[in-house]
Write a protein that binds this ligand. Structure first.
Ligand code: ZN
Length: 209
């Protein structure tokens, strides 16, 4: 599987393009904005988008999903249903941040803990990781030991919990009980900033000890 990270929006949110190398089928995780940049990346890598996957309902992660789903005629899957109120308010958040207007949407499929999504010959496992938002999910590829964790965990930091629906204790539980058991060797793409591994963060992240 090939991973391409495309930072989008003024918040430099890491949109991940995951490509099944056997079939060319692909998913985009968190297409938050910069529609033309995402279309160009897909064309450059000759990928065929099969689904759009959403970790959580914040506009910088989900703001371009409705437009791209229509463009490629593909489904949107995720987040967990607890983020419905955030998807409903995408236009308001965009206005507040001076971001090009994103559209509200209902996903074609809400995801739940331990669900799976597939594309081409690849398979991703879902973990529900509330705390940053109530309906936040992460996507885990077991064979590649790779996770897309949105705004749950960053290199050297954790997601904010002061936004609507946030909970600091839930976030720490999600990180300790659902992310770290996936293994120290797992590399992860955070919603913002550089990649890291769960082992590195388990040992050195000052917000978790
Ligand atoms: Zn967020």
């Amino acid at each position: 599987m090939k991973l391409v990270i495309i930072p989008v929006t003024p918040l430099q949110q890491n949109c991940s393009l995951l490509i099944c190398e056997a079939s060319g089928k692909a998913v985009l995780v968190d297409p938050g904005g910069d529609v033309e940049r995402l279309k160009a990346a897909v064309a450059t890598h000759r990928a065929q988008p099969e689904r759009l996957l959403i970790t959580h309902g914040h506009f910088d992660h989900a703001g371009a999903a409705a437009e791209l789903a229509e463009f490629w005629d593909i489904p949107i899957e995720g987040p967990q249903i607890g983020d419905e109120f955030l998807l409903d308010s995408i236009p308001q958040w965009c206005r507040q941040f001076g971001h090009p207007l994103g559209r509200s949407f209902l996903p074609d499929r809400w995801l739940a803990d331990l669900d799976e999504v597939t594309f081409g010959e690849e398979r991703l496992k879902i973990r529900h990781c509330p705390g940053h938002t109530p309906g936040h999910v992460i996507f885990f590829h077991a064979e590649e030991k790779l996770a897309c964790v949105g705004d749950v965990l960053f290199k050297g930091s954790i997601g904010r919990t002061d936004l609507p629906g946030g909970s600091y204790s839930q976030l720490l539980d999600s990180i300790r009980d659902r992310l770290f058991p996936l293994g120290d060797l797992v590399r992860f793409v955070p919603g913002h900033g550089p990649m890291s591994t769960f082992g590195e963060e388990r040992r050195n992240n000052p917000f978790i000890r």
